[in-house]
Design a protein around this ligand. Sequence first.
Ligand code: CA
Ligand code: CA
Length: 294
Amino acid sequence: MASKTLLLAALALPVAAHAQVNVVDNFSDHDRLDGSPLTWYSLNNAGTTTTVPNSGINDGKLTVTSTGSSRTTYLATYFTPSATPFTLTNAGDYIVVSTDFAISHGASGGTLSIGLMNSGGSRLSADVTNAITSPAITSTTYYGYRATTPLGDGSHSIFERSSTTTNTGNAFFAGNVELSSSPTSGIPLGTGLNTPSVGNLSLRIERLVDNSVSITTFLNGTQLAQFTDTVNPSYTYDTFVILVGNAMFGQTDRYVSFDNVTITGVSVIPEPSSAAALVGVFALGAVALRRRRK
Ligand SMILES: [Ca+2]
Ligand SMILES: [Ca+2]
């Protein structure tokens, strides 16, 4: 009984959780390119415009507007210095991103995706138009995961882009591989097609004890999809990417906007004193166990 009590006491010892990345961008300065607190680059295939309006319904929000149907726009930001990306070093380390969104009118086939990637030091330094044909992102960089959520009552999927996937194409999510198809269905993104939708999307990646990573996405706090990647998992991140997907815009003069972006990277490292205490307690427990077995 004594050893059990000691073991429980050891498990309750404080563990230092150290946030290495902690960024919130609410676009209140109406500027996406000033580096305060983040710079947001736009990649599109023409027909969309990315701004932070200072009036109207999207006042102070990162906003993509469309002049036609079937437009695609990526929004990308780098949240650590290029030389020091955030790495999931130990089991329990995690990174989570979230964004509020508002969609004026979705169209059939429209999707919204959020992803975490490692630029590998190859970063954009300006907006890119016609990203589908420009060599904006090389095939050998930008590894990570994305979660894709369709408008309406579709399936939610997690994709991977890694050194072992094909990586054809030159946009952030081009050539990536689907890890998980419709693990959760029946949870519509917002209220469905052709009606305004608002909510919060988030993506969480955690390193597990067996060195796999767990990727989970949530809508308004409800889990949409989860996948555990055991093969060549990605641990390092410096890039947050949002994709306003094909056919999001059914007609002209529509918008998708984002606000209150949060990026949090946490390393869980036992305090040296706690680690020493744990070793001592487990040693005591082992002694007690051996005695009991005699
Ligand atoms: Ca700003
Ligand atoms: Ca993998």
